[in-house]
Design a protein around this ligand. Structure first.
Ligand code: CDT
Length: 311
């Protein structure tokens, strides 16, 4: 089997609050069709790719909140995406709000799935690092209520054998945490897929706003290099319901170099042929974890903190 995955970073421009699921799905299918014409094996869509980024509003009515969630995947409106994958032989990563009945109760997760070229779900991830806050904060120009609308993901950071390699998933804020990549790196991940919605303005720390693009690249380039894997990061970009969101979707090689990039703030496909074996020279040298990591030493440092002082 080929060790090359031709990947399309399928960035989306803004999605209006009133946009129907079918209208959004039609946009996604247009990107899958474009990807198929360019020989892509896999396309990566953003976080919460089926709706506007609703955590920017405080919504008191749970029925309204739940209207942004999917009860089934595939469901009546999303089935066409799976049909397109099957018809065109192009798999996809899709971020969406998941409403699940589990353990006798209704649960809400910020979720991503990996779908193969036969239109079958081969992996699921539920977002672990939920940023923002849980209560209404009227002083903000817009809210970031992920801690209110979602539970912390309960699936860990699994990896999946698919597309001829070992693939993992993360969602938006996860990309800022080294643990995200390392937990998958320790499972020999070869490609990490990440969708995001990142406002340019961060209300609690506006002094970071000018660095939003830099930080976006910094974290994904380091994650790729330090774990010798490909990283595909894909934005929902542009002015969505009055909030400016960064674009700059990128495809990063295991060297840490950016090899593909979106240049607009709209629906756009950036494509790269990703040789999974490119990670091997790093995995066998500077990042040969078995030879060079020192987990025992890391543990000693943690145990020492606040406990017995070193001799
Ligand atoms: N969606 C998401 O996780 N966005 C965050 C926004 C910054 S924090 C309030 C991010 O890390 O990009």
């Amino acid at each position: 089997m080929s060790r090359i995955i031709t990947v399309g970073a399928a960035q989306l421009g803004p999605i209006a609050r009133e946009a129907t699921r079918s209208a959004v799905v039609a946009r996604l299918i247009a990107l899958i069709e474009q990807a198929a014409r360019h020989g892509c094996d896999l396309v990566v869509f953003p976080e919460l790719a089926l709706t506007t980024f609703f955590p920017r509003w405080y919504l008191a009515d749970q029925v309204e909140v739940d209207s942004f969630f999917e009860r089934q995947m595939p469901g009546p409106e999303t089935g066409a995406l799976f049909d397109a994958a099957r018809r065109l032989g192009v798999g996809f990563y899709l971020g969406y709000a998941e409403l699940a009945e589990e353990g006798g109760r209704t649960r809400h997760f910020n979720t991503a799935i990996l779908v193969d070229k036969r239109g079958e779900i081969v992996g699921k991830y539920r977002k672990i690092h939920l940023p923002g806050h849980a209560e209404h904060e009227p002083w903000r120009r817009f809210q970031h209520l992920e801690k209110r609308y979602f539970e912390t993901g309960n699936l860990g950071f699994p990896v999946f054998r698919a597309f001829g390699g070992v693939l993992g998933m993360a969602i938006c804020n996860d990309r800022r945490w080294p643990e995200t990549y390392r937990v998958m790196g320790l499972q020999d991940v070869e490609m990490v897929l990440i969708g995001y919605n990142t406002p340019v303005h961060n209300p609690p720390a506006p002094e970071h706003d000018d660095l939003s693009q830099f930080h976006n690249q910094l974290v994904m380039q380091s994650g790729a290099y330090q774990n010798a894997c490909w990283v595909v990061g894909v934005a929902k970009a542009g002015l969505e319901e009055g909030v400016e969101q960064i674009g700059n979707s990128i495809i990063v090689a295991p060297s840490g170099e950016i090899v593909g990039r979106c240049t607009t703030l709209g629906d756009e496909l950036a494509i790269a042929r990703c040789d999974l074996d490119l990670g091997l020279s790093y995995k066998r040298s500077v990042f040969d974890f078995a030879r060079h990591r020192e987990p025992q030493a890391y543990r000693m440092i943690v145990d020492r903190k606040g406990a017995t002082p070193p001799p």
